[in-house]
Design a protein around this ligand. Structure first.
Ligand SMILES: CC(C)(COP(=O)(O)OP(=O)(O)OC[C@H]1O[C@@H](n2cnc3c(N)ncnc32)[C@H](O)[C@@H]1OP(=O)(O)O)[C@@H](O)C(=O)NCCC(=O)NCCS
Length: 451
């Protein structure tokens, strides 16, 4: 009978999920599809399956997202993602048939084009062209320019040019574009810039059009507007450090225009994170850079510092939003790296490299140990006067106290422990056992290290 394309039904969902696992392997595409079904831009008629002899062998989604117009404002546009065909049926024309199906829907909706990210070697055969020919830019700098493509229905229109803005579901479930290469042996284990883009893209998506005057619970006195201005400042400061070896003259992080009237912080924030991404991607991570700590003066150190800056604040935004639609958690690997970063790099400032000067207010002479257990990776932290020494799997400072009986035990999931170290305490998520005073001193020391 041949391939039939039809609208998906809820009865198909488990089969579609299995198909996505088969087609995409480890990539978490099934949760993305589930999240997209809950988006305001989801139209049930725009989710199609290909059926062959009663069996679902392919799937595609077309959802409404936005184009941030160069001329100002934004307009809805249609995005094709994801597209998947069961591997045993690849190269039988099923992908092409599904694309033809969603293109017909975009045409019927009166749209000038439908956008996607993908391999031009494949999509070029199906009639897609580089989106840049229409003045349409990718949602993230992680997308190679040739990968941002569109199916042209009408001709280019300068009034419909701008940057693609994905719905938050895309950012909360996998992001956009490709992770950069990692180098675990070179001390660069994660695609920091990919995570950086994903987290900033998510913040952008959820704060556009939101009430920016709502308070940020974790940062007393701050509103969302202040937080966006702070991030812009942090990114610009990093670029300035990297280029000149000095922090910029503090221009004030508060989101006013120099007077008392609030300004829209989103354009500055959006430009700053993209510029930071581009600046830090341009040189390999081992390249030397200027920085605020002698612990690591490389481009990679800045990549790492920046992703942890935004990860903690993205969690702040999530907590502050009135009703987040797509709650997400910080990725385990990123959280473990963040714990290492907090205890290693920040705490290293307490062991001599302390540009801010000074010492914690109350240093005791007796060494105390705290055992942190997370993700099955125990880390031991010793507080010895003003020194904070870390040993364990994610530790950076070797020591001989591995077997010491700890004064306090702290156990939590990686994301919870990570945020706890940054003073964000998910209620009940961190189990603390042992000497309370030791725990307080440990937190005091990490707080001091972060200041
Ligand atoms: C990419 C994918 C959807 C292609 O589906 P498919 O049903 O095999 O594609 P088709 O058979 O319709 O191929 C259409 C044309 O592209 C060619 N083609 C197929 N896969 C290709 C590939 N990976 N690279 C280049 N060309 C390819 C086919 O030969 C055919 O060319 P022709 O019409 O000139 O003969 C499928 O391989 C898949 O599900 N992959 C995993 C998930 C994925 O990567 N999705 C896309 C990103 S969202």
């Amino acid at each position: 009978m041949g391939i039939q394309v039809r609208q998906v039904s809820s009865a198909d969902h488990p089969v579609v999920e299995a198909l996505l696992h088969e087609a995409f392997g480890d990539e978490p595409v099934a949760p993305l599809v589930t999240a997209l079904r809950r988006c305001s831009g989801y139209v049930p008629e725009f989710e199609l399956v290909a059926e062959d002899d009663g069996e679902v062998v392919g799937h595609v989604m077309l959802t409404w997202n936005h184009l941030l117009l160069d001329a100002g404002g934004r307009r809805p546009i249609l995005v094709i993602a994801p597209l998947a065909v069961r591997p045993d049926r690849w190269r039988c024309g099923i992908g092409r048939t599904l694309i033809e199906g969603v293109v017909r829907l975009a045409e019927a909706a009166g749209e000038p084009f439908a956008v996607l990210e993908g391999d031009p070697a494949y999509y070029g055969r199906l009639g897609f062209v580089a989106a840049s020919a229409y003045g349409v830019r990718a949602p993230s700098p992680t997308v190679p320019e040739v990968a941002c493509q569109l199916y042209p229905i009408a001709g280019p229109d300068p009034a419909i040019a701008g940057r693609v803005m994905y719905d938050e579901a895309f950012w909360a479930h996998g992001g956009s574009g490709l992770p950069e290469a990692t180098d675990p042996d070179g001390g660069y284990p994660l695609p920091y810039l990919f995570h950086f883009a994903q987290l900033n893209g998510w913040i952008e998506a959820v704060t556009y059009g939101a009430d920016l005057d709502i308070p940020v619970t974790a940062c007393p006195g701050w509103t969302l507007r202040d937080l966006l201005a702070h991030l812009e400042w942090a990114y610009r400061a990093a670029i300035c450090w990297d280029r000149t070896g000095a922090a910029p003259v503090p221009a004030g992080e508060r989101a006013t225009d120099g007077g008392t009237s609030p300004r829209d912080p989103l354009p500055g924030f959006a430009a700053a994170w993209r510029e930071t991404h581009t600046t830090l991607l341009a040189r390999p991570p081992a390249t030397s850079s200027r920085g605020w700590t002698s612990a690591d003066r490389t481009v990679g150190a800045w990549r790492r510092r920046m992703v942890h800056e935004v990860a903690v604040h993205a969690a702040d935004v999530l907590e502050s939003l009135p009703s987040p639609r797509f709650p997400w958690r910080i990725d385990d690997a990123l959280a473990l790296d963040g714990i290492d970063h907090t205890l290693g790099v920040f705490a290293a400032r307490l062991t001599g490299d302390t540009p801010a000067g000074g010492t914690p207010a109350d240093c005791e002479s007796r060494a105390l140990t705290v055992r942190l257990t997370t993700g099955n990776r125990p880390v031991t932290v010793t507080l010895d006067g003003q020194r904070l020494t870390v040993t364990g799997d994610v530790a950076v400072v070797p020591g001989s106290i591995r077997d010491a009986v700890p004064d306090a035990l702290i156990e939590a999931e990686p994301a919870d422990l990570y945020l706890w170290l940054w003073g964000r305490t998910p209620a009940g998520a961190v189990r603390v056992d042992g000497d309370q005073r030791t725990v307080e001193r440990f937190l005091e020391a990490t707080r001091y290290a972060r200041s």
